[in-house]
Ligand binder design. Structure first.
Ligand SMILES: CC[C@@H](C(=O)O)C(=O)SCCNC(=O)CCNC(=O)[C@H](O)C(C)(C)COP(=O)(O)OP(=O)(O)OC[C@H]1O[C@@H](n2cnc3c(N)ncnc32)[C@H](O)[C@@H]1OP(=O)(O)O
Length: 250
């Protein structure tokens, strides 16, 4: 769902019963929100959040994507979202992930693509992909290594556990934690940007993201996606996803 309000375009992932897991429809809607933010001069900031109280985003929809068995099938899905997150990473307007609840797997990759991460106090966050015998598949690790201290980023990926928003703030992944009124607090934080000229915001973002608009960076970004596609067709990954889905069907 996309809403425009006082210089902010709000994109809300509306699948609360699936903990806002991302399927192909969400990918298309996110792409549309990015296009709108890029083209509409009234939009100064793009904020991405999740519907409901529980989740920001539980990553890729494991039920839907479990149908993809080969590395080629997996690559097509992963590269589709990878291209969308690359657009988000390099969008010439400031972007915010408003992490209103749990963010895991691809949900953390989505948050990483944004410039700023604000989170509800107590929300849990984790790059849990390694527990599914895969690596980040949407370019998340490549972005994380650009945005965080090397050792802290590597630890998050290798450990694959969830941490609280407060801990994530301490290590520099989250920028602000809010105890209540998330949307209002986010608007307040962004008011210092929305009162600036769109041309100024664009110019600074262009300058900031220039280093990611290189062949070398894109090669690393898509090599990560290929690596995940390769692991996707392993027996270990198949078993890990089946075990997650079996628990749900009990
Ligand atoms: C594919 C890309 C890859 C990447 O590149 O990163 C990924 O993102 S892999 C996916 C990584 N995500 C996960 O492994 C998360 C799996 N989900 C969970 O661990 C938990 O659901 C949760 C997110 C910690 C929330 O736990 P809880 O609050 O206890 O809720 P439930 O577990 O009962 O879930 C409610 C409901 O939602 C469904 N659900 C949750 N996550 C997903 C998901 N990723 N895909 C599909 N469906 C998901 C879950 O099955 C429940 O459904 P019902 O049983 O029908 O109510």
């Amino acid at each position: 769902m996309i809403e425009k309000q006082q210089g902010i375009a709000w994109f809300t992932i509306c699948r609360p019963t699936r903990r806002n897991a991302i399927d192909y429809t969400v990918m298309d809607e996110l792409h549309e929100a990015i296009e709108l933010a890029e083209q509409d001069d009234e939009v100064k900031v793009l904020v991405i959040t999740g519907a409901g109280e529980d989740a920001f985003c539980a990553g890729g929809d494991l039920q839907v994507f479990h149908q993809l068995k080969t590395k080629e099938e997996a690559y097509a899905m992963l590269a589709k979202m990878g291209n969308i997150l690359y657009r988000l990473l390099t969008l010439p307007k400031p972007t915010v992930a408003l992490i209103n609840g749990i963010a895991v797997g691809g949900g953390c990759e989505l948050a990483t693509a944004c410039d700023f991460r604000f989170a509800r106090a107590g929300a849990r966050l984790g790059f849990v992909q390694a527990n599914l015998a895969i690596t980040t598949g949407w370019g998340g690790a490549t972005m994380l290594f650009e945005k965080m201290a090397y050792d802290k980023a590597l630890h998050l990926l290798l450990q694959a556990q969830t941490i609280t928003a407060e801990e994530a703030e301490r290590i520099g992944f989250v920028h602000r934690t809010f105890h209540h009124s998330l949307r209002e607090q986010c608007e307040k934080e962004m008011s210092g940007y929305t009162n600036k000229s769109t041309h100024v915001l664009r110019a600074y973002k262009e300058a900031a993201t220039k280093r990611w608009k290189t062949e070398e960076f894109r090669r690393r970004f898509f090599a990560e996606i290929e690596q995940c596609a390769h692991l996707w067709e392993s027996e270990e990954h198949e078993q890990a996803v089946q075990s997650f889905l079996a628990k749900r069907n009990k």
